[in-house]
Design a binder for this molecule. Sequence first.
Ligand code: NAD
Length: 333
Amino acid sequence: MAKPKVVVWMPMYDQIGHRWFEEAGAELVVVDTTDAQAVMAELPDAKAIWVRTPERITADMMDAAPELVVISTSGFGTDNVDIPAATERGILVVNNLGFGRKPVSEHTIMLILAVMNRLTWADRSTRDATGWEARTNAGFLELEGSTVGILGLGYIGSEIARKLTTGFRCRVLGYDPYVDRRIPFTVGAEMVEDLDEMLKKVSVLCLCAELTEETREIISIRELALLPKGSVVINTARGAILDIDALTEALESGHIFGAGIDTTFPEPLPSSHPLLKHENVIFSPHIAGLTTSTATAQTRFAVDQVMCIVGGGEPTFPLNRQAWEGKVSRKPK
Ligand SMILES: NC(=O)c1ccc[n+]([C@@H]2O[C@H](COP(=O)([O-])OP(=O)(O)OC[C@H]3O[C@@H](n4cnc5c(N)ncnc54)[C@H](O)[C@@H]3O)[C@@H](O)[C@H]2O)c1
């Protein structure tokens, strides 16, 4: 029997995954270019595609893939796949849940502390020796005892809450209309029903929600203005949750003290974007979830899930199970 063809669009986070696909019996093609045409050329006989954010799988691409059974995202985020189009064509879409809990919560807390202590300024000004003159009354902040607001108390947001309440004695407020009601009790977070009320009370705001039509730019000019002057904003979720131009304005007016930004929209930001000039913004290139051990664990999981589905097994994290319910279902027999 022919080996099932699996297309990996952009190399996997841990490239040992390419070998794992082959060991699991796949004919593997790695497309190491962002050019969608190059991917489409590989799709006519593909059974599966694994796609790394931010590359997008569109309806047109699905039309070029009549044998496609499954589309796997690289991690949790699914905003780069046209899921309704996949459902219409009987193609299952799957993601990989929960892998951000440990690395993204650590990265978020690192960014909070780094912004509060102006770490990139401290590093640069020690190297060029300008910091010694400027270090007194430089406005460094403490995290212990702060009130922190978390938007989205899922795997990552709830772990941040647990670390902040137990490790830093913070008061944590959470806003998440869909939260599993058991979570706030176990991590010491107080849930609020009204986002505006939360924003007025916190000096650090962490964005940890998934990107949906509801959360797109949920934090913009009005919301940033509700935060007390001198607040810190951290986005390690998805860039489009935060209106980045509004953040730039709030930093320029001095209302916001600083920001920690792992995710932006678009990625990367154009090099002329004014936010890139701000010393009190600490950036990372969407790496919060990419620690070595998590990259390997997530890759192993993705390979196993894709090969299980291609072989006729049940998915662990399906996003559109209904794709397998209609007449056009491509569920392997
Ligand atoms: N920076 C990175 O490298 C990285 C890595 C992994 C995940 N992420 C991102 O982090 C975010 C959280 O991931 P997770 O694994 O915790 O996912 P999760 O599904 O466990 O948590 C997301 C939470 O957002 C909540 N939510 C949905 N709509 C909301 C709304 N309108 N207002 C407030 N909350 C809302 C959900 O109820 C859920 O509790 C996602 O955006 C994900 O894409 C980033």
